[in-house]
Design a binder for this molecule. Structure first.
Ligand SMILES: Nc1ncnc2c1ncn2[C@@H]1O[C@H](COP(=O)(O)OP(=O)(O)OP(=O)(O)O)[C@@H](O)[C@H]1O
Length: 367
């Protein structure tokens, strides 16, 4: 890996007795789109504030390109923030808002004009220079806030739930726009959200947080396909999670039957959580199914049927099926060995990564 642009080493942040960050380690590479994803209160904003220099770590090191910046003040960091409420100046027009920082620094009038014009074009607001802030839609205000944050050429743009005030359609549009903007600018974005769909859609890399800790980090596909534990599996998309036992390598038992799978390296008869994603399940005849379930309910979702069912061991199953099923009928459930995801209890991220590496090597040898 290249020298990270930002590194946290065992960073703790406490308010009084309460630790809101409990020893966070993270590495951010330049030029990528990172997302901090987690429920309210998990510490996402606290991390952004530490990167920006708005608050200081209780212990641990924060590095910028390898140099410790714990004591570097916010205005000396090449970082800028877009806040949830945009924090625009209501008494200034669009041009003045974007020009604000450059005016403070005493940049020449001609340079400011060129820069503001360029930035407004970039966020698709050319021609809006003289508009008042209260004459703009939420999405347009958001774009002004982004243009203003980019005005002093930050190397890192921090975005704290910047889309949460927008309606669904505008939010989707802005997701595309932000992603494009990041690619075109080539600077590092650190984006905060509690919306897993948004995180999966936009990010190169996601940090999943809960209670002041990073539980897992990886690409959206890694995190979706191989959640490290029950919390991540439930937080990222819908999952079926049932109790199971790894009988031996590549053999797991759950819901009263035994199945071949692709996981190895656990203790014989180790208790585990088994995750099966609804979209990896399908229905067939009871004779052809790996498990037999009884259909409880069904919703038509446009491109699939969302079906609730239960098996004879009392496990509930959520299935995204291509065909509809009759309520109260018995149906077979099918899935592939590689769609069975095994989660150990309290596994550390390092052990989890080692196990996946091992599995990938075994997979390669088999081919
Ligand atoms: N100045 C403060 N004094 C005391 N506690 C604080 C302070 N700032 C934040 N906290 C606490 O730190 C924890 C983490 O807060 P943080 O804002 O980082 O969470 P978050 O994941 O960004 O949540 P949200 O999505 O709600 O913004 C919360 O429990 C919060 O109450």
């Amino acid at each position: 890996m290249k020298q990270p642009i930002i590194e946290f080493k065992n960073v703790v942040k406490s308010y009084g007795e309460t630790q809101v960050l409990k020893g966070v380690d993270l590495e951010i590479e330049a030029g990528k789109f990172y997302t901090l994803l987690g429920p309210s209160g998990s510490g996402k904003t606290t991390i952004l504030r530490l990167v920006a220099g708005f608050s200081s770590a209780t212990s641990g090191d924060i590095l910028f390109e390898g140099k410790r910046i714990n004591d570097v003040p916010a205005n000396k960091r090449r970082v800028n923030t877009v806040f949830q409420n945009y924090a625009l100046f209501p008494n200034m027009n669009v041009f003045e808002n974007v020009a604000f920082g450059m005016n403070l620094k005493g940049t020449s009038k001609a340079k400011i004009k060129t820069k503001v014009t360029q930035l407004l074009a970039m966020v698709r607001l050319a021609g809006y220079e003289n508009r008042n802030i209260d004459e703009l839609s939420g999405g347009q205000q958001q774009r002004v806030a982004i243009a203003r944050a980019l005005a002093n050429d930050p190397e890192i743009l921090l975005l704290d739930e910047p889309l949460s005030a927008l309606d669904y359609k505008l939010r989707k549009e802005m997701q595309y726009e932000l992603r494009e903007l990041q690619k075109n600018l080539g600077i590092t974005f650190i984006f905060v959200t509690h919306d897993q769909e948004e995180a999966l859609a936009m990010s190169d890399w996601i940090f999943v947080m809960n209670e002041g800790k990073i539980l897992q980090n990886g690409t959206p596909v890694d995190i979706y396909d191989e959640p490290i534990n029950r919390f991540v599996a439930e937080f990222i998309g819908e999952s079926n999670i049932v109790n199971g036992v790894m009988l031996e390598d590549y053999l797991v038992s759950f819901a009263g039957s035994t199945f071949e799978n692709v996981d190895a390296g656990m203790r014989p008869n180790e208790q585990v959580d088994v995750v099966l994603r609804p979209e990896d399940l399908d229905l067939t005849t009871p004779e052809n199914g790996k498990l037999v379930v009884t259909i409880d309910a069904q919703l038509f979702r446009g491109d699939y049927y969302e079906i609730s069912a239960h098996d004879d061991n009392g496990n509930e199953w959520r299935i995204q099926a291509t065909n509809s099923a009759q309520i109260n009928t018995r149906q077979g459930l099918t899935f592939d060995p590689e769609d069975i995801h095994i989660m150990r209890f309290n596994e550390s991220e390092d052990d989890f990564d080692a196990r996946l590496d091992n599995y990938e090597e075994v997979g390669e040898m088999d081919e």
